[in-house]
Design a protein around this ligand. Structure first.
Ligand code: M6R
Length: 618
């Protein structure tokens, strides 16, 4: 949650900071603020989105060093007082932005208040500011002499605070410098020419540089226009590698689409191709996956796969469970990380834990994977973000390569996760002798067709839009699916509720009669995923049960299914595909349905209320 940015360069910092903050707005948009180091610290804040902040900033500000923040409120409601940056002293003697949570802030706050420090906000962040002030000036006085340099003071404060943080700070006693530190919250440095950047995410400065340094836990760094120096936990200077980011700035722009979400839905044609690139050997009927933490022998003798994820990534994991069991004959479990991290799981035999996370920064997912350190268990991640924290916490990584996903509602990252899970399941099935090479070849042919079939779904967007508009007044929506379409029903409901704010629930269609059917009223829209496959007849029966209660049924069905029209009110079509693969196509229909519903209702589609893209707090 929250996005931080910092700049130390040779041109006015304000436009750079504002542009960077706009790129990070997906991380939170309750309030925003910047500090620029002029001859003194100049701080501006506003509640709401970055445009509100822009209106607060005077035109003439030439400072070339500064910090910025966009907030997703955790401690203290969204208000100007609680907005970052937070400053110490009056006039301000240091200014700081923070992403994360300080767990021991209450104890520290009481201690600092007893010493005479006055808190101006309800945030946990403000304790870091006063702790730093104490280390630097020896007491709460605003006019005290500075006793030491900023970086050692920062390290001392880091020794006192507990929790997670990415911090950026500016300090007039050491002008021209930007200070950063990290523990358990993302932080990356952009290395430019005569200017350097720091941010929660590379997209913040991608327009200026692709050369990056990933900051690790307990590291600190000092950025000046011509130099980046990174230090280890004990203050030792580190020789960090400068890495090249593959993403380009166009990928992080809207490219003429009204919303990032719509752009990202359309990008699935190419993003799925990118995910597949270099991973399939069509002629041989084989899959080649870099980043697997197991040898073939270990895959053959594996007894269980434990999938760990949150939200949409958890839905991908649910589908993965079906695939690993059906194709590769491996017992697979999937669990939401916020629950798993507090269980005492029984991890027996040879288990592979797979964390699925678009951002690679979700706090619960990281905690769940860390909880497995106590067991003799191999771990791997499926993630979209190169260099993200999860990649350093697992034994192996497969990148989804979907490109930057900016819309808070996950779309192309989800389908990319599904593709990786298909490939993994086929690979494991081949190694374990559960799949004939010819069957694998046919399956691979089917996977290769998906981008073209997604394009066919996109070409029907007008029909989906019309349907979305006609039900946009509904107060509740149901989504039904069976077998592999059950996770897609859950995902369809999540997409709709998060961006349209219409109450929506996804159900395993067979469960309807065990309770949820009581909720049906005349005209309630029920989306039934009724593509051809082993449960087609069963879902038809469920559709009839729903119709008998006067609900309105919208079916997602194969193009060549002429039967379905007899039983439902609206049919949205997907090209006919292997029943294992068609969930990807149905999912694109449901993404568009959610998008056009939210559009009809005038919702804030890319930044829905109360949500943030990366949930880096518990
Ligand atoms: O980055 P992650 O995949 O770990 O994020 C997990 C969830 O927070 C995320 O999928 C969330 O549910 C999305 N808003 C769904 O669209």
């Amino acid at each position: 949650m929250c996005g931080i940015v910092g700049y130390a360069g040779n041109r006015p910092a304000v436009p750079v900071l504002i542009e960077s903050l706009k790129k990070l707005e997906y991380r939170g948009y309750d309030s925003a603020g910047i500090t620029v180091l002029e001859d003194k610290l100049e701080t501006f804040k506003a509640v709401g989105k970055i445009v509100n902040l822009e209106a607060e900033i005077p035109e003439k500000l030439d400072g070339v060093v500064g910090i910025g923040h966009t907030r997703w409120a955790t401690h203290g409601r969204p208000s100007t007082q609680n907005a970052h940056p937070h400053n110490s002293g009056g006039p301000a003697r240091l200014s700081l932005v923070h992403n994360g949570i300080i767990e021991n802030y209450m104890v520290l706050k009481e201690e600092l208040e007893r010493e005479g420090y006055v808190f101006k906000s309800e945030t946990d962040t403000e304790v870091i500011v006063h702790l730093l002030h104490r280390e630097l000036f020896g007491g709460p006085s605003c006019s005290g002499e500075c006793k030491q340099e900023f970086l050692p003071a920062l390290r001392q404060a880091m020794g006192i605070i507990k929790g997670s943080y990415a911090i950026a700070a500016v300090y007039p006693e050491e002008p021209g410098k930007l200070f950063v530190a990290r523990k358990d919250s993302p932080l990356v440095i952009g290395v430019g020419c005569g200017e350097n950047f720091a941010a929660s995410d590379v997209t913040a400065f991608l327009g200026h540089t692709k050369d990056v340094i990933y900051v690790n836990d307990y590291e600190t760094a000092v950025l000046s226009p011509d130099e980046v120096r990174v230090f280890g936990k004990d203050g030792e200077i580190l020789d960090k590698t400068v890495e090249k980011v593959e993403w380009d700035i166009e990928a992080a722009e809207k490219a003429g689409y009204e919303h990032f979400m719509l752009k990202e839905i359309h990008e699935q044609v190419s993003s799925i191709n990118n995910t597949l690139a270099g991973k399939i050997l069509e002629l041989e009927g084989d899959i080649e996956l870099e980043g697997l933490p197991l040898s073939e022998e270990e895959i053959r003798t594996l007894s269980k796969i434990q999938i760990l994820a949150c939200g949409t990534s958890w839905h991908a994991g649910l589908l993965g469970k079906y695939l690993f069991e059906q194709l590769a004959g491996i017992h697979a479990d999937v669990e939401v990380c916020s629950e798993y991290r507090y269980r005492n799981p029984v991890v027996e035999g040879k288990t592979l834990a797979i964390a699925i996370t678009q951002s690679g920064e979700t706090a619960d997912t990281l905690a769940a994977i860390r909880s497995l350190n106590a067991y003799n268990c191999r771990t791997m991640a499926i993630t979209n973000v190169v260099g993200s924290t999860i990649t350093r916490e697992t034994d192996g990584v497969i990148y989804t390569r979907a490109g930057p996903e900016i819309g808070v509602a996950s779309t192309k990252a989800f389908t990319a996760q599904l593709i990786v899970l298909y490939l993994l399941a086929v690979k494991f099935a081949l190694i374990r002798g559960k799949l004939e090479q010819d069957t694998a070849k046919n399956f691979i042919k089917g996977i290769k067709k998906i981008p073209g079939q997604v394009q066919q779904v996109l070409s029907q967007k007008d029909a989906i839009k019309e349907c979305a508009e006609s039900f946009s007044g509904a107060k509740s929506y149901f989504f039904l699916g069976r077998h592999l379409n059950f996770p897609i029903a859950l995902e369809g409901a999540l997409k709709l509720k998060e961006i349209s704010y219409i109450h929506a629930e996804g159900f395993a269609a067979g469960e309807l009669k065990h309770g949820p059917i009581a909720l049906l009223e005349e005209g309630t829209p029920v989306v039934a995923i009724a593509t051809k496959g082993q449960t087609y007849e069963k879902i038809l029966s469920n559709i009839k049960e729903v119709k008998a209660r006067d609900a309105t049924v919208i079916a997602v069905a194969d193009t060549d299914d002429t039967e379905i029209e007899k039983y439902v009110d609206v049919v949205l079509r997907v090209p006919s595909a292997d029943e294992l693969l068609s969930p990807i196509l149905s999912c694109v229909v449901l993404q568009l349905l959610a998008y056009y519903t939210a559009l009809a209702l005038g919702r804030s589609i890319d930044k829905p209320r109360n949500l943030a893209k990366s949930v880096t707090v518990e």
